[in-house]
Design a protein around this ligand. Structure first.
Ligand SMILES: [Zn+2]
Length: 58
């Protein structure tokens, strides 16, 4: 049986909980936890698309 579980795009663990997602220029990324999401966001700042529309670019 081939389940549809996604792997965390940072640490590679199965994603048990939905909701830790980021939109990037390469598509949606999924993470296993808030921590991985935060780290990915820091490491790939230039690829992550802004989540809040009114977050104006400097
Ligand atoms: Zn992770």
């Amino acid at each position: 049986m081939n389940d549809n579980k996604k792997q965390c795009d940072l640490c590679g663990l199965d994603v048990e909980v939905e909701g830790f997602e980021l939109k990037t220029i390469e598509g949606d990324k999924r993470f296993c936890c808030e921590g991985c999401k935060g780290i990915y966001q820091m490491l790939h700042e230039d690829q992550v698309l802004a989540e809040t529309p009114d977050d104006a670019k400097n």
